[in-house]
Design a protein around this ligand. Sequence first.
Ligand code: FAD
Length: 244
Amino acid sequence: MPDVLSPVEQRAPGRWQIGTVTRIKRETPHVKSFRIALPMWMPHLPGQHYDVRLTAPDGYHAQRSYSVASSPLDEGQIELTIDRLEEGEVSPYFHDVVEEGDQVELRGPFASYFVWRGEDPVLLIGGGSGVVPLMAILRHRRRTMPDLPMRLVYSVRSSDDVIYADELGDDSLLTFTREPPDGWAGHTGRIDGPLIADALTPSATAFICGSNGFVEAASQLLLGAGVDPGHILTERFGPTGSMA
Ligand SMILES: Cc1cc2nc3c(=O)[nH]c(=O)nc-3n(C[C@H](O)[C@H](O)[C@H](O)COP(=O)(O)OP(=O)(O)OC[C@H]3O[C@@H](n4cnc5c(N)ncnc54)[C@H](O)[C@@H]3O)c2cc1C
């Protein structure tokens, strides 16, 4: 493991704490990023998540997990990126109610096997908001080991749905499953064998994140391409849903 990652050791998550939202950025019509300052911040491993807890006046709690999008080099703060789900309890609250300066209760970072510890080469495969923990990995690698081979394959429905659009460079390969932008000459449709073959480096460790269906399909493609099952790490965000 490269030395540069060694300060970020996996530890037990901290206690519940009250963070302050310092910046809100609209990423897409349905997705916002929230930068949150934490009084008991501790460095996370790229790929880890926090739990967020909302409490109603009658004491009812709703708790959900959100991946950290930022690099652990951003001391004292984390960024969460939240997709607004219609009929949801927690994500619409963040979108419709939370403003800069507000306080939110959260706890983490949570240990998970879905963490990047400096392995290389790396292939990241994300569908929709599944790109969030992958962006933490990509951002951390750009700041610590920019020469380390890492590709992102990112599946979205349309150009309106591209999260972190201004940060996707030569290391990112997009595919549009519904409406590609005008003049798009790249890949369209769901992630498939040829797209994986374009991005895959032999011996890569793969991180796949998205809906259950997306993760299942992408895992099968990697296995079909001969990737060792022990080199495929997956994170599932929710019920079977969009394959984007
Ligand atoms: C480890 C982990 C990390 C996560 N990181 C992120 C993240 O970085 N960004 C992010 O936006 N979400 C993330 N999620 C999903 C998040 O925890 C919530 O499930 C999501 O925000 C929905 O919560 P809600 O209260 O708004 O909706 P709920 O009240 O839980 O659900 C509302 C409706 O939407 C459906 N639903 C719930 N979750 C999903 C989903 N993920 N996809 C499609 N339909 C769903 C439910 O079946 C229900 O019908 C993560 C989940 C896990 C387990």
